[in-house]
Every structure is written in structure tokens, then in C-alpha cells.
Design a binder for this molecule. Structure first.
Ligand SMILES: NC(=O)c1ccc[n+]([C@@H]2O[C@H](COP(=O)([O-])OP(=O)(O)OC[C@H]3O[C@@H](n4cnc5c(N)ncnc54)[C@H](OP(=O)(O)O)[C@@H]3O)[C@@H](O)[C@H]2O)c1
Length: 338
């Protein structure tokens, strides 16, 4: 069998155009004792990938030049010398952007899926992005009934779930997203109470109208000016959850090195509001996966939560798929079908 895989050729400057990826075709090696081979069917396309291809280490080590691009993925065990992962088992893990992955089981989980067609959701609402939304909102944001929750990147993988979970807590939910179609999706398909199109309106002014008493929980996926606008409109005791800052990931210094994110000008509003600002890294919650997944599955089966996966086909389209995140071209969780 031949494996098709995507490798990092060099580190990009700014927005990652397609030139830094190498597509390689190599024979799939045989499994050794304790190993199994996964036929990867779906790869999760994540904003974090941009950080992973920078030099150095943040919460996780950067991808080495020449290595297979790191990615959460889902697939089926097709050959096994590991009794815990028999042939036919559907699994999720960090298999990378490739068709076949040899694994020793480290970090691999049985997928919450009965069929291959259900694997996209296993790496979406029932996987890493779902866990980020669930624990980021409930454990860090601590929303209470009747409070106002604001979320940016609201039509994306994490944001769309944050808003829906907040509604299930009895909160009033405002989403920030780019464009009319995304705002209509939030209002009419996901049941948000209000939506702000940041490409067409002033976020701070809109918030003044939509949340005259301020925002109790702000879940930030975007950073930069959006974070600043949200900080101006906090209610007393507000909790700001920093999940990501996609507007800042391609910032570049004049010498081509990655530039730090734009800091919040309005951080003193946290003081005025007697508020708090905290960060979340989803990896810290992996040991609470069972609890999270049981609740999400219950909500989905009861028709109370509507996850959406946006599937792009073909491993050769990985580079374009990654760019879709920065162009705002995805609705819900972006997944590549391999
Ligand atoms: N801390 C953690 O453990 C953790 C885990 C997972 C994800 N995250 C973070 O959570 C955030 C959302 O991730 P996701 O997977 O759910 O991605 P996503 O929201 O599905 O996709 C990214 C979205 O970001 C928006 N965007 C892109 N550039 C923007 C800009 N310059 N200004 C404003 N919005 C912009 C686009 O939507 P529009 O069309 O609305 O612009 C795009 O669709 C990211 O910051 C990611 O790094 C953090």
C-alpha cells in the first residue's frame, strides 16, 4: 500500500500559502508488535495548525521541518498487532495529514461513532472543538441563567457550540460573525438571540444597543479589535474566556518572524467591571471526556444541539482547506475527507 502524506517543507511568513507543503507518496511500513495501522478517513482542520508550524514551543512543540503535518484525525484500524485496537475499530488520534498512520495506541481513543460516516462528528462536536466549547464555557465562563453571553467566531466549530450550550444554560446569547449568511445561520438555525456582523458594523456600538446592561461572559475566539470592543461592554463581575485569537495568528514582524498578538487596549475595563480574564487549553480537559461526551450526545439526540460539519474532499486540498479558516469560508467544523 502507498501512503499519501502532507509534510512541512519550510515555515511560512504570514498567511500560509500553499508553497510550504510537500505531498509525498511512500510505502506503508508493516506493523511491529504493539502497533496497528489506521486508514485515516477524516482530518480536522484547525486554526491551531498555524501556530504549530511556527518555530519553537508554546503549549505544544512546533512541527519539525520535513515531518508529516500534525492533525487530529479519525479512521479505521485495518491491520493490528495490538489487542486493544483490533481490525475494524474506529479510532481518533493525532494521526496527521496522511492516508495511513502507524500507531502504538498512545493518545488514541475509540471513536464515538458506529460507522465511518459518523467520524467527522467524532473530531468535531464530540471531539476536541466540542470539548473546548463545553469546558471553556462551563468551567471557565460559568454562565448563569438569564446572563448575557457573547461569543466571537460564532459560526465556527467552537463558537457555534459555545452559543448553543449557553442557550441550554438559559442565557441570552449574542454571536459575532463575518457576513449576513453567517448571522442568519446563528439567528435562524442555532437560536441565538442576536448576531453582529463584524464586517458591516461597529461591534462596540452594536453591543451597547444589544446588551445595555453589559456582557456577563465573553468567549473570545478572535482577539485583536474584537476583544477590545467586547471589553468596553462588560457587566459587573464579567468573565472573559480567552480561547483563541485567530485574527492575530498571521501577524508578522518586518524580518518575517511571527509577531506577538495585538494586546488589549481596554484591559482596565476588567478592573472597572471587577471581572476576570482566563485562558483555556483543551488538553487539560481530556481526562473529563466521558462526562462531556455523554452530555453532548444527550443534547444532540434530543434535538437540542445542532452541530454542523463542513467537509472538504481530497488530501491534495489540505492547503486550500487551511486557508478557508482565515478567509472565514467555513460554516461549523471544517473537516478534510482523505
Ligand atoms: N484554547 C484551546 O484549547 C482551543 C481549542 C480549539 C480552538 N481554539 C481556538 O478557537 C478559535 C476558533 O477555532 P475553530 O476551530 O472553532 O475555528 P472556526 O471558528 O471554525 O474557524 C475560524 C473562523 O474564524 C473567523 N476568522 C478568521 N479570521 C478572522 C479575523 N481576522 N477576524 C475575525 N474572525 C476571523 C472566521 O469566521 P468569520 O467568517 O466569522 O470571520 C473563520 O470561519 C481559534 O482561535 C482557535 O485557535 C482554541
Amino acid at each position: 500500500m502507498t501512503n499519501t502524506s502532507i509534510h512541512l517543507a519550510f515555515r511560512p511568513v504570514g498567511l500560509p500559502d500553499g508553497t510550504m507543503w510537500n505531498l509525498q507518496q511512500t510505502p506503508v511500513p508493516p506493523c511491529e508488535d504493539g502497533q496497528f495501522c489506521v486508514r485515516v478517513h477524516y482530518v480536522s482542520i484547525d486554526p491551531a495548525m498555524r501556530g504549530w508550524i511556527n518555530e519553537g514551543t508554546t503549549y505544544i512543540k512546533g512541527v519539525e521541518i520535513g515531518a508529516v503535518m500534525r492533525a487530529f484525525a479519525a479512521g479505521e484500524v485495518i491491520e493490528s498487532r495490538n489487542a486493544a485496537f483490533p481490525v475494524g475499530r474506529l479510532v481518533t488520534g493525532m494521526f496527521g495529514v496522511q492516508q495511513f498512520a502507524i500507531s502504538d495506541g498512545n493518545g488514541v481513543e475509540t471513536a464515538p461513532a458506529a460507522h465511518i460516516e459518523e467520524l467527522p462528528r467524532a473530531i468535531a462536536a464530540l471531539g476536541m472543538p466540542g470539548m473546548t466549547a463545553y469546558w471553556g464555557l462551563l468551567d471557565k465562563g460559568k454562565p448563569k441563567e438569564d446572563e448575557t453571553v457573547l461569543v466571537s467566531g460564532a459560526a465556527g466549530a467552537v463558537g457555534s457550540l459555545v452559543g448553543q450550550i449557553a442557550k441550554l444554560q438559559g442565557c441570552r446569547v449574542i454571536g459575532i460573525a463575518g457576513g449576513k449568511a453567517k448571522c442568519a445561520y446563528l439567528l435562524h438555525e442555532l437560536g441565538f438571540d442576536a448576531a453582529i456582523d463584524y464586517k458591516a458594523s461597529d461591534i462596540a456600538a452594536s453591543l451597547k444597543e444589544l446588551a445595555p446592561n453589559g456582557v456577563d461572559v465573553y468567549f473570545d475566539n478572535v482577539g485583536g479589535d474584537t476583544l477590545d470592543a467586547a471589553l468596553v461592554n462588560l457587566a459587573r463581575g464579567a468573565r472573559v474566556v480567552i480561547c483563541g485569537a485567530i485574527s492575530q495568528y498571521n501577524n508578522t514582524l518586518e524580518n518575517g518572524a511571527p509577531a506577538p498578538p495585538q494586546g488589549p487596549k481596554n484591559y482596565m475595563k476588567i478592573v472597572t467591571a471587577r471581572g476576570s480574564l482566563s485562558g483555556i487549553i483543551v488538553f487539560d480537559y481530556f481526562d473529563r471526556a466521558t462526562e462531556f461526551r455523554a452530555q453532548m450526545q444527550e443534547w444532540i439526540q434530543a434535538g437540542k444541539l445542532h452541530p454542523k460539519e463542513h467537509v472538504v474532499e481530497g488530501i491534495e486540498h489540505f492547503s486550500e482547506a487551511l486557508l478557508m479558516l482565515f478567509r472565514g469560508e467555513n460554516f461549523g467544523k471544517l473537516v478534510l475527507k482523505v
